[in-house]
Design a binder for this molecule. Structure first.
Ligand code: GRF
Length: 222
């Protein structure tokens, strides 16, 4: 099987730790693919610098440069994706809603990582420290991260994989974010491996591991 060609999307000043986890996992074979391009919304983002350091192509496509709005922004993204022969898109700190024409062209082939257990603590405005602050204030004793397929709404598509992380009594948003982040890296790599390996099937709102011949689930998870 050819290596899956991945595009990673980042936003603004994205620091790119999830991107780095994906780059490392492609390099050591945990993900059967390679990052073909990293697409940002603003030049100079640390995440783009990480891509350059890894010898990966980068592109900056700023939504503001398109007078024609979302469709035109989406067309520009699609042309970068085509140019790099992209099979799979991974959002890693991309803060916007993807244009609908991109979602339609890559249906079930776009992943996002969210730093909480969806469907809680997600949706518009729920990003970065806002998520962890809301979790701490809620009194929840567990949080975690979620990798899901992307549809037309924030944080709504079928859930691929989640990891639970404890919330401790003295946590602040910062200490909690620091505990969740390594779980994000591991969970994202594993979810990408599953999707890139063709192990996932979407049934309505559910993403399930396909049954191998003989009835066992191919990844020991159903
Ligand atoms: C992560 O917390 C991720 O869950 C969210 O944006 C953040 C990106 O961090 N979607 P990084 O740039 O990957 O370090």
């Amino acid at each position: 099987m050819d290596a899956v060609r991945i595009a990673v999307f980042v936003s603004g000043q994205g620091r790119g730790s999830n991107l780095q986890a994906i780059l490392d996992a492609c390099a050591d074979g945990r993900i059967p693919g390679r990052v073909a391009v990293v697409i940002g919304t603003r030049a100079g983002a640390p995440a783009l610098e990480r891509a350059v350091a890894a010898g990966v192509d980068t592109a900056v496509v700023s939504p503001r440069q398109f007078a024609g709005g979302e469709d035109e922004y989406g067309d520009a993204l699609l042309s970068v994706l085509r140019e790099h022969g992209v099979d799979l898109i991974c959002l890693a700190g991309y803060m916007r809603l993807l244009p609908k024409n991109v979602v339609a062209a890559f249906r079930h082939r776009i992943l996002n990582i969210h730093p909480a257990l969806l469907p809680f603590f997600g949706g518009r405005g729920m990003y970065g420290h806002h998520v962890h602050e809301a979790v701490v204030e809620s009194g929840m004793q567990v949080t975690g991260c979620t990798v899901h397929l992307v549809d037309e709404e924030y944080d709504r598509g079928p859930i691929l994989l989640q990891t639970v992380v404890p919330v401790l009594p003295d946590d602040t948003a910062e200490t909690l974010a620091a505990r969740v982040l390594p779980a994000e890296h591991n969970t994202y790599v594993e979810a990408i491996r599953m999707v890139a390996g063709g192990e996932i099937e979407v049934r309505g709102r559910r993403a399930v591991v396909k049954k191998a011949p003989g009835g066992a689930s191919s990844a020991g998870r159903s």
